[in-house]
Design a protein around this ligand. Structure first.
Ligand SMILES: [Zn+2]
Ligand SMILES: [Zn+2]
Length: 235
């Protein structure tokens, strides 16, 4: 990370094609070297539904208290990493500093996690990125979740559908209660094309899950039977 930060943007872009996004080491075709993959990949025990960390060592079929009390509308969250250094910093660089090479390296990490998570079940029939509102999309120039979805579409050979639109410009949800988050997100999305029965929603960071839950509920209302969530980082 520190090596890369000292370089100019165009130089970073060129190097990013063959160098690790995180440590700058050369000769990686995936944008992230093996030691960095190992360092940032998910290691703790997580809830089998929402991927929140849980305190268990052995139980293979564990759910967090929240999911036991009130299961979310999605079936499972697959995450590449936790939202912590250096992934949090990489996501900030990707979103606010146009360091798009992180999309490739983090999507590679996620893709590996996905492949090992669907050994006994079939992959979704379509992937759908959580959209940004036009206002935010125009100011940023790209939707990071759509970039991830593009990488996964190629790597996993699953069709990507731009099925959702964000019709409500929701304020930043940081620091808000869950009730307030949910209220802000009510009717935030619209579905603009039919979807197959099993889909995966792609988001960059999942915190409480309010955003993906709202999108999942909408899809389930319109004929989708199963929604998984794939993200780069789960808090
Ligand atoms: Zn590295
Ligand atoms: Zn859970």
């Amino acid at each position: 990370m520190s090596f890369f930060h000292k370089l100019s943007k165009p130089l970073k872009a060129v190097l990013a094609l063959s160098h690790c996004s995180f440590c700058g080491s050369p000769h990686t075709s995936t944008g992230i070297c093996d030691p960095c993959q190992d360092a940032v990949s998910l290691k703790d025990s997580s809830c089998h539904r929402c991927a929140s960390p849980i305190n268990t060592q052995s139980d293979l079929d564990s759910y967090c208290g929240r999911c036991q009390k009130k299961p979310p509308p999605f079936d499972r969250v697959i995450t590449a990493s936790r939202y912590q250094f250096p992934v949090d910093k990489a996501l900030g660089e990707l979103k606010f500093n146009n360091q798009l090479h992180y999309a490739r390296s983090l999507a590679h990490l996620l893709q590996k996690q996905i492949k090992s998570s669907y050994t006994t079940s079939s992959l979704p029939e379509a992937i759908v990125a959580i959209p940004l509102h036009t206002k935010r999309l125009n100011s940023r120039g790209f939707n990071q979740s759509e970039l991830i979805a593009q990488h996964l579409e190629k790597a996993l050979q699953i069709p990507r559908q731009k099925a959702l639109v964000r019709v409500k410009d929701t304020p930043h949800q940081v620091g808000l209660s869950e009730k307030q988050r949910r209220k802000n997100l009510t009717n935030a999305f619209k579905l603009q094309q039919p979807l197959p029965r099993k889909i995966a929603l792609i988001d960059d960071v999942v915190t409480t899950g309010s955003t993906v839950s709202e999108a999942a509920r909408l899809c389930l209302k319109h004929g989708v039977q199963s929604v998984d969530v794939w993200c780069l980082a789960k808090t």
